[in-house]
Write a protein that binds this ligand. Structure first.
Ligand code: NAG
Ligand code: NAG
Length: 468
């Protein structure tokens, strides 16, 4: 099944590329086609097409999901942003709270360095400016109203971290704090260059089941080394079992989604009077245009849809957990909590009605022993990725990185627990399968991010249509 679709897409892609290659007779491709031409029709490894997903997401799901995520239960996420990076300790000074604040506070910087009259100090001066910029953009707003703080204290914490896919983010630690996600939107922070590159590199290279024989860097940010490596790479990917291939595609999809956000909420104007955030088409094209990225861009976008579908599937599988009468979205406000639960169930039923998920038998459904082994491998790789998030230098990126990996980890936990969920008692405590508040908040917010990305793709498609 998967192979057949894969082949069809390959064919479509080839037709697309051929057309763009011989632009002489054909009208040249528009900017929109160069990003989206190959991103249509059926997706590999599943029986669904992009157009159906777009319509379903943009008009039916997205608006309701946004509303849900604005509720108190979902907007406050507890996170420890102060955990040290376990893998290396040369994180950029800039953006790291305790380090960044010091070099960036101008009254502490010696006047000699501030003055631009010496060459070395000019450099230092630029560094300070960069730091200030990153510090300002990347800072996390931790303000919570007193009322919220009190409510938060009452929220029940019933934890059962038996099979967590992510490093249980020691939310009991005194360093863990509640963050208001609405006050800290994911957007362009100026965090890029070697540090951001290194994070993605470690994630792709060391955690995506990559064997020694593959030399090509998996990180799409690294320049590729010619076409033969390219072919080895994609045939290796083809040869993987469907779940391991999925792992790579999920990471790539997450990466793509984050980049869609940064391009859609780019800092376009930054003066002391005002800041303007908005779509930066150039930035989007640099990451996703088929020609500028040598064919990688459209693949990234397809992986984004793939990630969307995986999370969608997890949500459709976990419905029985949320349907139980004992389950509440507890914040202490009874009326609101009940309304939110109704909205949540409405969204979940909408998701369940979406017809095009995956071939039931193809994913995470091998024989029991094989499945358990795979689950354990996935779990270890995933925990690792969530720990790598502690190495992200920019706090706002770290916040959203942690939230999204935890959300995806929760989705995987659900997919690997299908049978447990199906056998859950209709009422009373469920010992076999449980989700903590933390997992629920991250699951829905992570899905909200991907849903927003899919919606943003429509915006970019329209913007690009107007430029050619
Ligand atoms: C858009 O992004 C590009 C980099 O991709 C940058 O050079 C350009 O200045 C940005 N445009 C605006 C208006 O900020
Ligand atoms: C976890 O990540 C570290 C650092 O990149 C790497 O050395 C290690 O092999 C990884 N372990 C697993 C299980 O992926």
């Amino acid at each position: 099944m998967g192979r057949r679709w894969g082949f069809l897409i390959g064919l479509l892609g080839a037709v697309c590329l051929l057309r763009s290659g011989h632009g002489g007779q054909q009208p040249p491709e528009t900017a929109a086609q160069r990003c989206f031409c190959q991103v249509s029709g059926y997706l590999d490894d599943c029986t669904c097409d992009v157009e159906t997903i777009d319509k379903f997401n943009n008009y039916r799901l997205f608006p309701r999901l946004q509303k849900l995520l604005e509720s108190d239960y979902f907007r406050y996420y507890k996170v420890n942003l102060k955990r040290p990076c376990p893998f290396w300790n040369d994180i950029s000074q800039c953006g790291r709270r305790d380090c960044a604040v010091r070099p960036c506070q101008s009254d502490e910087v010696p006047d000699g360095i501030k003055s631009a009259s010496y060459k070395y100090s000019e450099e230092a001066n630029n560094l300070i400016e960069e730091c200030e910029q990153a510090e300002r953009l990347g800072a996390v707003d931790e303000s919570l109203s007193e009322e919220t703080q009190k409510a938060v204290l009452q929220w029940t914490k019933h934890d059962d971290s038996s099979d967590n896919f992510c490093e249980a983010d020691d939310i009991q630690s005194p360093d863990a704090e509640y963050v208001d996600l609405l006050l800290n939107p994911e957007r362009y922070t100026g965090y890029k260059g070697p540090d951001a590159w290194k994070i993605w590199n470690v994630i792709y290279e060391e955690n995506c089941f990559k064997p020694q024989t593959i030399k090509r860097p998996l990180n799409p940010l690294a320049s590729s080394q010619g076409k033969s490596e390219e072919n080895t790479f994609y045939s290796w990917l083809e040869g993987l079992c469907v779940e391991k291939r999925a792992f790579y595609r999920l990471i790539s999809g997450l990466h793509a989604s984050i980049n869609v956000h940064l391009s859609a909420r780019y800092l376009l104007q930054d003066t002391w009077l005002e800041k303007i955030w908005g779509h930066n088409i150039t930035e989007f094209q640099q990451r996703f245009d088929g020609i500028l990225t040598e064919g990688e861009g459209p693949r990234r976008l397809k992986n984004l849809y793939f990630l969307y579908l995986i999370e969608l599937r997890a949500l459709s599988k976990v419905v029985p957990f949320f349907e139980r009468p004992d389950f509440q979205l507890f914040t202490g406000n009874k009326v609101q909590d009940e309304e939110n639960k109704m909205l949540l169930l409405e969204i979940l039923h909408e998701i369940k009605s979406f017809p095009l998920h995956f071939d039931e038998n193809s994913f995470f459904a091998g024989d029991k022993k094989e499945a358990n082994k795979l689950k354990e491998e996935f779990r270890l790789h995933f925990r690792n990725i969530s720990r790598i998030m502690d190495c992200v230098g920019c706090f706002k990126c770290r916040l959203w990185g942690k939230l999204q990996t935890q959300g995806l980890g929760t989705a995987l936990k659900i997919l690997f627990s299908e049978k447990l969920i199906a056998n859950m008692p209709e009422s009373g405590p469920s010992y076999e399968f449980h989700l903590t508040r933390q997992e629920i908040v991250s699951l829905f917010n992570a899905f909200g991010r991907i849903s927003t990305s899919v919606k943003e793709l429509e915006n970019f498609r329209n913007l690009l249509q107007n430029i050619h």
